[in-house]
Design a protein around this ligand. Structure first.
Ligand code: PHE
Length: 362
């Protein structure tokens, strides 16, 4: 190799070794391989070499170019690894350190998120009526989310749900992110013999995003199965719950005929409010709060319960919606922003579990 090429090789190697960081490394790279880099210039000059030398010099230049590119690349990998190691060392967090008391916000240890608060209140109010709390998975099988609930494939009701589909586990059933808490109904019925009296608060998912819809939100399901359950029980139970939850003893409640594939008859439930002031229980306007109905005999049969012997009612409501109404929270989006200012505004002082007395408004 001619002297100038050898010099370029050793000088580049030295410059790379001396480059302390990626910035310096990049300067070396551009100085050699860039548009006006040293190697680029040598390649351009090739045309001016005497014809008999051109071939050999061209081959040597190509070999050198590959070697330089490889050396430059190797140094980049080295520097990146070093940068990562330095960052990991600098950002190391010792999670075993005791908390610093001065870091607590304004002297209190934290607040309960309004969603958690509402679900606690629901558990307290329904708990006093003899309901237990049940749970199911967020990643649900298509059958529990739809099929068991009398929503077969291609049923038009599926189109309302904006479902997130999840790839099945090899050989497993089709899966979704549950679009409602109703699959917990089926899980409970398959898991225990009646009588049943449960609520199921939890996360639900729909591919929907605007000021009033979030792709992740919360619902609270309810299910009662016994021998002689009637529509009267459904109405009494929900009227009591709504009056307790909103703390308005004479809250007007309206049951409106509706349709759900898993209940028959089905009813939407409205409460009275004043649209303009937002006052719950005042005014002449109605606001839809939840869906409900008598459990469809086919759902009972799907879940191994004999519909000639047992019957019951079910309901489901949006947790965000009733939380916003109860506390006058105007926007849904900040619920999930973890903005400490919003949490301080709307959070609840912890340690005092929601009691039935609070639910009934004292
Ligand atoms: N699952 C229904 C929904 O998400 C609500 C509902 C639950 C209706 C139970 C009736 C009975 O809209």
């Amino acid at each position: 190799m001619s002297d100038d090429l050898e010099a370029l090789r050793t000088e580049t190697a030295a410059a790379l070794a001396a480059a302390p960081d990626l910035r310096a490394w990049d300067a070396v790279r551009v100085g050699v391989l860039g548009k006006s880099g040293r190697l680029t210039a040598l390649l351009k000059d090739l045309g001016r070499a005497p014809a008999e030398e051109r071939r050999a010099r061209g081959a040597a230049l190509n070999v050198l170019k590959d070697a330089l590119a490889a050396a430059i690349e190797a140094r980049r990998a080295e520097l990146e690894a070093a940068a990562l190691a330095a960052r990991l060392a600098a950002e190391r967090l010792d999670v075993s350190l005791p908390p610093r008391p001065e870091a607590a916000v304004a002297g209190h240890p934290g607040l309960v998120h309004p969603i958690s608060r509402t679900m606690d209140e629901m558990a307290a109010i329904f708990g006093a009526m003899g309901f237990a709390v049940a749970e199911g998975p967020d990643v649900e099988s298509d059958w529990f989310n739809f099929g068991a609930l009398n929503i077969p494939a291609h049923h038009p009701a599926r189109a309302d749900h904006d479902t997130f589909y999840v790839p099945p586990i090899a050989g497993g059933p089709p899966r979704v992110l549950r679009t409602h808490t109703s699959p917990v109904q089926a899980r409970v019925m398959l898991g225990q013999p009646p009588p049943i009296r449960i609520i199921a608060p939890g996360r639900t998912y729909r591919a929907d995003h605007d000021a009033t819809h979030s792709p992740m939100f919360h619902q609270c399901e309810g299910l009662v199965i016994d021998r002689d359950i009637t529509l009267g029980h459904l109405k009494g139970c929900l009227i009591d719950f709504l009056r307790a939850f909103f703390g308005v003893p004479n809250l007007p409640v309206r049951f409106r005929a509706s349709y759900f594939p898993f209940t028959e008859p089905s009813m939407e439930v409205d409460i009275g409010w004043d649209r303009r002031s937002g006052e719950i229980g005042g005014g002449a306007d109605w606001l839809e709060i939840l869906g409900s109905g008598m459990v469809h005999p086919r759902v009972l049969a799907n879940c191994g319960i004999d519909p000639r012997e047992w019957q019951g009612f079910a309901f489901g409501m949006g947790v965000e919606r009733v939380t916003m109404l109860k506390h006058g929270i105007p926007d849904l989006r900040p619920f999930y922003d973890s903005d400490i200012r919003w949490l301080r505004q709307y959070g609840f002082v912890g340690g005092a579990p929601a009691s039935l007395h609070e639910g009934f408004g004292g």
